[in-house]
Design a protein around this ligand. Structure first.
Ligand code: 2YW
Ligand code: ZN
Length: 370
C-alpha cells in the first residue's frame, strides 16, 4: 500500500491524499461503507461502484463465525467471494468481540467469548486475528486491540492501553503477507496522557497507517474532537489516519479538519433501513405519515438515481409495506449523500474553502454552531 499527500489545507489540518492498494486508488478523505457480513446491506457490488465507493469494510469477528474464514479462503478470498473489485479493509474483531460477543474473559493471551449467533465458545488472540485477516485477504488489516468501553477508570484504561500495545507488537510479528497493509490502533479513552503514551508506543512500532480507536463509543462529540486535537498531531504526516466508527455528516467534517483521512460507519446504511434519510436540510424520517402524499424526491437537491426516479410517497409506501426495494432505495440515497459530501470535502481542500463549505453545510443541515 502507498499513501501520498497531494495537498495540505492552509487553514486546517485537513489533507487531500491518495491511497494506492492492489485493488486500486482511493482518494482521501474517504468514507468507507460497512459490509460486515461480506455485503453492504441491500447493495450489490455494481451499485457500490455506481456510487463511487472505492473501499468497503469487512469484519473479522462476523466472517470468522459465519461462514468461516477458511471457507472464504477456499473461495479465493473475500474480494472473489463477494465479487468486489475495489479495496477492502477488515476490522480485527477488537470491537465486535467486546460489543457483540458475550465476553467471557480477557487475558494477556487473548479473548474468550460466546458467539452471538449460536452461543458457542471461541478464543481470539492477536495471532489468530491476523491469521483470519490473512485468509480473508483484505488490502488493509487492523491490529487486534481492546476498544475500551466508555466510561472507564484511568486504571482500567492504562492497563488496557499497555496490553493493546503488547498485542500490536504480536500482530506485527505475526503478519507476513506484505501485500496486506497492517494498521496500528491508538487507544487511551479520554485521558490525554494515556492517548499520548499509546500514540507514541504504537507509532514506535511503525505501521503502514494508524487508526484512532476507542472513540464513537458513546462519549460526547466534543470530547471526541478534543481527543483528536491532541492525538492526531502525534501520528506521522505521511501515513493515513483512520477514525473508526465515525460517520455522521458533522463528525466527518470535524474529523477531516483535524487531519483524519479515513472514516467508516454503519450509520448511513442502518438509519436507511429504519426509514431515515439524509437531505441537505437535515434528516428526514420518510416513513412518517406526513409524507404519504409527498410526491417530491427524498432530497430535491440530490442528483442520485433514487431522487431522480422515485418519490417520498412511494418510498414511504414500500417501507410500510415491508417491500425490500424500500430499504434498497433509502440505503442507496444515504450512501450517495455521504460519498458526495466526501467528494465536496476533497474539492474544498484542493480549493482551500473547507471551512466555508462546513459553515454552509452545517447551517443548511441544521447543525447549531458550537
Ligand atoms: C444508527 O447508527 C448506529 O447504529 C451506530 C452504531 C455504532 C456506531 C459507533 C461505531 N463506533 C466504533 N466502531 C469502532 C470499531 C473499532 N474497531 C477496533 N478494532 N477498535 C476500536 O477501537 C474501534 C472503535 C470503534 N468505534 C455508530 C452508529
Ligand atoms: Zn438522492
Amino acid at each position: 500500500m502507498k499513501f501520498e499527500v497531494i495537498k495540505f489545507s492552509e487553514k486546517t489540518r485537513a489533507r487531500r491524499g491518495k491511497i494506492f492498494t492492489f485493488h486500486g486508488e482511493i482518494d482521501t478523505p474517504v468514507f468507507m461503507p460497512v459490509g460486515t457480513q461480506a455485503s453492504v446491506k441491500t447493495m450489490a457490488p455494481h451499485e457500490l461502484e455506481e456510487l463511487g465507493a472505492k473501499i468497503i469494510l469487512g469484519n473479522t469477528y462476523h466472517l470468522y463465525l459465519r461462514p468461516g474464514h477458511k471457507l472464504i479462503e477456499e473461495a479465493g478470498g473475500l474480494h472473489k467471494f463477494m465479487n468486489w473489485r475495489g479495496s477492502i479493509l477488515t476490522d480485527s474483531g477488537g470491537y465486535q468481540v467486546f460489543s457483540l460477543g458475550e465476553l467471557r474473559e480477557i487475558r494477556e493471551e487473548g479473548v474468550t467469548f460466546r458467539s452471538h449467533i449460536d452461543g458457542s465458545i471461541h478464543f481470539i488472540s492477536p495471532e489468530i486475528s491476523i491469521e483470519i485477516q490473512n485468509s480473508l485477504g483484505a488490502d488493509i488489516i487492523m491490529c487486534f486491540d481492546e476498544c475500551i468501553p466508555y466510561p472507564s477508570t484511568y486504571e482500567y484504561v492504562k492497563n488496557s492501553v499497555e496490553r493493546t500495545t503488547r498485542w500490536a507488537q504480536r500482530c506485527k510479528k505475526h503478519h507476513k503477507k506484505s501485500e496486506q497493509a497492517l494498521f496500528g490502533i491508538v487507544q487511551g479513552g479520554l485521558f490525554e496522557e494515556l492517548r499520548k503514551k499509546s500514540a507514541k508506543d504504537i507509532t514506535d512500532l511503525d505501521f503502514e497507517g494508524y487508526a484512532v480507536g476507542g472513540l464513537s463509543v458513546g462519549e460526547p462529540k466534543q470530547e471526541m474532537y478534543k481527543v483528536l486535537d491532541y492525538t492526531v498531531p502525534l501520528l506521522p504526516e505521511n501515513k493515513p489516519r483512520y477514525l473508526m466508527g465515525v460517520g455522521s455528516p458533522d463528525a466527518l467534517f470535524e474529523g477531516v479538519i483535524r487531519g483524519i483521512d479515513m472514516f467508516d460507519c454503519v450509520l448511513p446504511t442502518r438509519i436507511a433501513r429504519h426509514g431515515t434519510v439524509f437531505t441537505k436540510k437535515g434528516k428526514l424520517v420518510v416513513r412518517n405519515a406526513k409524507y404519504a402524499k409527498d410526491f417530491s424526491p427524498l432530497d430535491p437537491e440530490c442528483d442520485c438515481y433514487v431522487c431522480k426516479n422515485f418519490s417520498r410517497a412511494y418510498i414511504r409506501h414500500l417501507l410500510n409495506a415491508g417491500e425490500i426495494l424500500g430499504l434498497r432505495l433509502t440505503t442507496y440515497h444515504n450512501l450517495h449523500f455521504l460519498l458526495k459530501i466526501m467528494e465536496e470535502i476533497r474539492k474544498a481542500i484542493e480549493g482551500d474553502y473547507l471551512l466555508e463549505l462546513k459553515e454552509e453545510f452545517f447551517k443548511k443541515f441544521g447543525y447549531e454552531d458550537e
